[in-house]
Structure formats: structure tokens, C-alpha cells
Design a protein around this ligand. Structure first.
Ligand code: FAD
Length: 203
């Protein structure tokens, strides 16, 4: 809890959905831009999956298996006598490192030169393809923004007037816009509200 990894990539298994950027470990699970992007971009796909799916976390951003194996082999050569828990070769906190060792079923008391082939493979897999189950979504009103709404193709964007019902104007979340969180939804609501209000008053 409370750990931030600055650069991660997160995939949703069985889809092409990919989130990247900081990942935050919270008291209830994972958050941060890498995760929020996925919930925005994947809103419809996740709904189709009934919110039951797996995420695959690459804790080392887009590091390839080949370069990770090279790094681990260099660590084993240079720091073989050091305890695995004491020498964390990755840009993750020591607390997270200990957790990842647990996930890879590696005894943190072992030395780097005691890491056998099987454990090495498990560590590679944990660092690059750490698999977590997601079941369900958070309760109503914890969502930042709702996907869906009035289609933008039915709205005259210069005035926000409906192309279907003249004299009817739209603003904000009622439209089918779903911005990445961090200000874009507010911006969309304020901008479209301003345009819709101004044009409705002139109508
Ligand atoms: C927890 C959370 C965090 C968020 N964080 C961010 C963020 O960091 N950045 C960002 O950009 N966006 C964020 N958002 C999204 C942002 O708040 C919304 O996109 C934005 O407020 C939408 O504005 P709106 O005016 O379209 O709708 P709303 O703010 O939902 O306003 C609709 C209003 O209509 C009223 N209403 C509903 N039905 C009726 C009725 N029948 N009669 C009269 N009044 C009615 C409602 O009470 C409400 O006051 C967040 C949202 C949530 C829930």
C-alpha cells in the first residue's frame, strides 16, 4: 500500500488494451494513470467481460525479457554473495521488491548466486507479466465519468444544439464523451456548458 511505480505498463489479458505510466498501489488495489487509462479506454470491453478479467503488469515499463535476463545475469555475477532482499536491482521500492519476491516464491534470505533457473524464470515472469484477477467494479458514484450518452454525431459542435431536436442543447456528461481523468472531463463540461448556454440564450 502507498507504493508508486513511476513507469509501468498494464495489459488486459485477451485484449489489445494497454495502459502505461505511473501505477499506484492503494489500500484497495491498483490505481494511478496506467490503470485509469485502461478503465476509460476499455469501458465498453470491460462491461462486455462483466468486469471479470485479468491484468498483466510489467513492473519495468516496456523492458523486454532479453534485457531483463541480461540485467539479472549481471546482478548475479557482480553481487552473487549479497542477499536477494538487500540488493534490489529495479526502480521499485524495497517494500514492493519484497512483495514481488514473495509472488515469485523466492526466499528473500537467499543470496543472488543461489537463485536457480526455476526461480530466475519465475522472477522474470513476475517482473514482466505479473497477473492479477479483477472481479467487479467499484460501487456506483465512485466512477469518475460515465461512458455513453448522446452521440456527438447528433450534435452541432459549434453551438451544442441537437441536430435531431432543434432548440435542445447539450453540455457535459450527458454526451458520449469520456475523457482521461485529470481535468479533461471538467474542461469538457465547462466548455460545452459555456457554448450551449450562450447559444441557447440567443435562440
Ligand atoms: C469521484 C469523482 C472524481 C472525479 N474526478 C475528476 C477529475 O479529477 N477530473 C475531471 O476532469 N473530472 C473528474 N470527474 C468527472 C467530473 O466531475 C464530471 O465529468 C463533471 O462534473 C460533469 O459535469 P456535468 O455538469 O456534466 O454533470 P454533473 O456534475 O453530474 O451535474 C449534473 C447535475 O444535474 C443534477 N440533476 C440530475 N438530474 C436532475 C433532474 N432531473 N433535475 C434537476 N437536476 C438534476 C444533478 O444533481 C447534478 O447537480 C470526477 C467525478 C467523480 C464522481
Amino acid at each position: 500500500m502507498g507504493n508508486v511505480v513511476e513507469k509501468c505498463t498494464v495489459k488486459i489479458e485477451g485484449t489489445k488494451l494497454l495502459g502505461y505510466g505511473p501505477l499506484l498501489v492503494t489500500h484497495w488495489g491498483m490505481s494511478g494513470p496506467a490503470i485509469l487509462q485502461l478503465s476509460a479506454w476499455g469501458a465498453r470491453v470491460l462491461e462486455e467481460m462483466n468486469y471479470n478479467f485479468h491484468v498483466l503488469v510489467n513492473w519495468l515499463n516496456d523492458t523486454s525479457e532479453e534485457s531483463l535476463r541480461k540485467l539479472l545475469s549481471a546482478t548475479m555475477t557482480q553481487h552473487g554473495a549479497k542477499k536477494i532482499s538487500n540488493l534490489n536491482p529495479f526502480p521499485v521500492t524495497n517494500r514492493l521488491w519484497e512483495f514481488l519476491l514473495q509472488r515469485a516464491e523466492i526466499n528473500p534470505e537467499n543470496r543472488w548466486n543461489e537463485l536457480g533457473k526455476k526461480s530466475l524464470n519465475k522472477l522474470v515472469n513476475t517482473m514482466l507479466n505479473d497477473r492479477y484477477a479483477v472481479s467487479g467494479k467499484t460501487t456506483f458514484k465512485e466512477e469518475f465519468v460515465t461512458a455513453g450518452g448522446v452521440s456527438l454525431s447528433e450534435i452541432e459542435v459549434k453551438s451544442m444544439q441537437s441536430k435531431v431536436v432543434p432548440g435542445l442543447y447539450f453540455a457535459g456528461e450527458v454526451m458520449d464523451i469520456d475523457g482521461i481523468t485529470g481535468g479533461f472531463n471538467f474542461q469538457a463540461a465547462w466548455t460545452t456548458g459555456f457554448i450551449a448556454g450562450k447559444n441557447a440564450a440567443l435562440d
